[in-house]
Write a protein that binds this ligand. Structure first.
Ligand SMILES: NC(=O)c1ccc[n+]([C@@H]2O[C@H](COP(=O)([O-])OP(=O)(O)OC[C@H]3O[C@@H](n4cnc5c(N)ncnc54)[C@H](O)[C@@H]3O)[C@@H](O)[C@H]2O)c1
Length: 239
């Protein structure tokens, strides 16, 4: 996209900040939403606050052409506690639904728009570190797939599923998480991930895997789940 109006959630940091920077560089009018440090302070898990913020962007700049539902958090070690699960369901599940409810009907009427859900390779596979993150990122993928069937002939629906990306979520995490990410593949820079998103919007591709090996890992999982689970247990032991 070289013009138009974009919103990026989780836009104060990491992948969201890189996406916002890339879309601005390409000529779009971008507004970032985040808890702190963004153009607008918005908690994307609060449907009313999110709808109000989207209305404010539309009033100021016009209809939204690109919406990147990107905010996320690495919450919940191991099986996690109830607050971890609640946060992950809200952030990796309902925040995408709230945004879709608010922006997709208009996008479908107008045509030529894009809605990007940031999931994770953990939503195709898993992260050993967190059951809540794994399960709710699977939900992000499922929501994006559902939207792609419901709206995909009128709106470009995309699902971003990276492995490790050099952002505060990873650099601020524990050494075991970083070892797991290194075992899976290279840590990419957020700007490279933003470039992959822009390329997928141009080519109308649904699944964005900036780490190309994630596709082979997923194919291996689907082909033989018992073999894949045994491999994940070996990885668990190695780490
Ligand atoms: N970094 C990675 O290796 C990696 C890999 C796969 C997927 N992801 C996903 O990419 C997305 C961006 O993560 P990142 O790596 O840039 O991390 P990050 O921590 O740098 O950025 C995430 C941003 O989301 C914001 N956020 C959290 N809860 C929010 C809320 N309720 N409302 C509004 N904003 C909120 C945070 O304040 C933060 O600025 C996340 O969805 C994450 O799960 C990251």
């Amino acid at each position: 996209m070289t013009e138009g109006v974009a919103v990026v959630t989780g836009g104060a940091s990491g992948i969201g900040a890189a996406l916002a920077g890339r879309l601005r560089h390409d000529g779009m009018q971008v507004t970032t939403f985040d808890l702190d440090g963004a153009d607008m302070g918005v908690d994307v898990t609060d449907e009313g606050a999110l709808a109000e913020a989207i209305s404010a962007v539309e009033d100021a700049h016009g209809a939204i052409d690109v919406y990147c539902s990107n905010a996320g958090a690495a919450a919940g070690a191991g099986l996690g506690d109830d607050p971890d699960w609640a946060l992950c369901w809200a952030l990796h599940g309902m925040a995408h639904v709230y945004a879709a409810r608010r922006v997709l009907p208009t996008m479908a009427e107008r045509g030529g728009c894009h809605f990007v859900v940031t999931a994770s390779a953990a939503g195709l596979l898993m992260t050993l570190q967190s059951a809540p993150y794994t399960a709710t990122k699977h939900a992000s993928v499922a929501i994006a797939e559902w939207l792609a069937v419901a709206y995909g002939d009128r709106v470009g629906i995309h699902c971003l599923a990276p492995q490790g990306v050099r952002t505060p979520m990873v650099t601020g995490g524990d050494e075991r998480s970083r070892r797991e990410l290194r075992a899976a593949g290279a840590l990419l820079e957020p700007e490279a991930v933003a470039g992959a998103v822009v390329a997928a919007m141009a080519s109308s591709e649904f699944l964005i895997t900036p780490h190309i090996e994630a596709r082979a890992y997923e194919a291996g999982k689907v082909a033989d789940r018992d073999r894949w689970l045994a491999g994940m247990r070996r990885l668990r032991d190695r780490l």
